[in-house]
Ligand binder design. Structure first.
Ligand code: AMP
Ligand code: MG
Length: 324
């Protein structure tokens, strides 16, 4: 079966093509704001403007014609409402025009599924850390359940906010990582873990207030040390509670070396193993949507036109996963 998948939850318009579980194409076009963070209307205009080109690009990379596609998957949520519309409209239109099955995929779950398939992790606790999401997720009783998450802003968003105040363009995470490597003084910041949940807005405010008092390098270093320790603590608690030995890190912030090092140390100290999804699948992409959509269709899950509206607040634990 050949499945085409469309991603457009935030800054990336992605089109992936998967044949029998193998990725044939993973094309994308990324919106990057000239100033500030993601502007929803600008991002969605970017996606509309690039949908057809990206689609053609993916078809040519895969060496197929649109008539060869057997099914269509699209990211149905969660995400920025205006952005989600594009994958929804393109996916539903293709399904009707070509008269092939349609399946709406949960974006967060697709990060987990492609991460598992690429790393060989069997039943990990997943830390999904991105611009708009920060969740500790694990399978339990047929669904991916959220065991811990941010109670305010996502870690990627926190990094981007601090970067913006430092005059670094969006997305700021990679530059913060570079500056943190040069920092050495650990400045005390609010470390907020409540049960399995965590919070970043207080820490961002404190860093911003101290911009004139300390070097940017020391502030970035201190932010990373505190913020990542909170993520590792919540992940470790989930592992202990569930008796799981594997961790999978995915989402844009998974690119960070320090976060991976801390997670690896924790997992190995517990006799377990930390896996990082390949970078191209940590970033938003169409291949993960096609891959997960195909798996859902193979397990009898299909989305009718009546139920195909996009859902900006669609939560991970609301989806039945037949293979868990
Ligand atoms: P996503 O939402 O999955 O596309 O991920 C984007 C987020 O990842 C943005 O908030 C980036 O700042 C962040 N990010 C990308 N690379 C790094 C890095 N090396 N360290 C920390 N954060 C990063
Ligand atoms: Mg994502």
């Amino acid at each position: 079966m050949i499945t085409l998948g469309i991603e457009s939850t935030a800054h990336t318009l992605g089109v992936g093509i998967v044949k029998d579980g193998e990725v044939l194409a993973n094309s994308k076009s990324m919106y990057s704001p000239e100033k500030g963070g993601i502007h929803p209307t600008e991002a969605s205009e970017h996606h509309y403007g690039n949908a057809v080109n990206t689609l053609k690009n993916a078809l040519s990379k895969a060496g197929i014609q649109k008539e060869d596609i057997d099914s269509v998957a699209y990211s149905q949520g969660p995400g920025i409402p205006q952005c989600l519309q594009i994958a929804g409209v393109v996916g539903r239109s293709l399904s009707q025009a070509l008269d092939i099955p349609l399946v709406g995929v949960n974006h967060c779950i697709s990060h987990i599924e492609i991460g598992k398939s690429e790393t060989g992790a069997q039943d990990p606790v997943t830390l999904y850390v991105a611009g708009g999401n920060s969740q500790v997720i694990a399978s339990s009783e047929g669904r991916y359940r959220v065991f811990g998450e941010t109670i305010d802003i996502a870690i990627g968003n926190a990094l981007d906010k601090i970067a913006r105040k430092m005059g670094i363009p969006h997305p700021g995470g990679p530059e913060i990582e570079k500056m943190a490597e040069k920092g050495s003084k650990l400045i005390d910041l609010p470390y907020v873990v409540k049960g399995m949940d965590f919070s970043y807005s207080g820490m961002v405010t404190k860093v911003v207030r101290m911009l004139n008092k300390h070097s940017k390098e020391d502030l970035c270093y201190s932010f990373q040390e505190h913020a990542f320790a909170m993520l590792v603590e919540a992940t470790e608690r989930a592992m202990a509670h569930l008796g799981k030995k594997e961790v999978l890190i995915t989402g844009g912030v998974a690119a960070n070396k320090r976060l991976n090092q801390m997670m690896k140390e924790m997992a190995e100290a517990r006799g377990g193993k930390a896996y990082k999804a390949p970078l191209k699948y940590c970033m938003d992409n169409g291949a993960m949507i096609a891959y997960t959509g195909q798996k859902m269709l193979e397990h009898g899950v299909e989305t009718s036109l009546d139920n195909s509206t996009t859902n900006p607040n669609w939560r991970t634990e609301q989806v039945d996963i037949p293979w868990l």
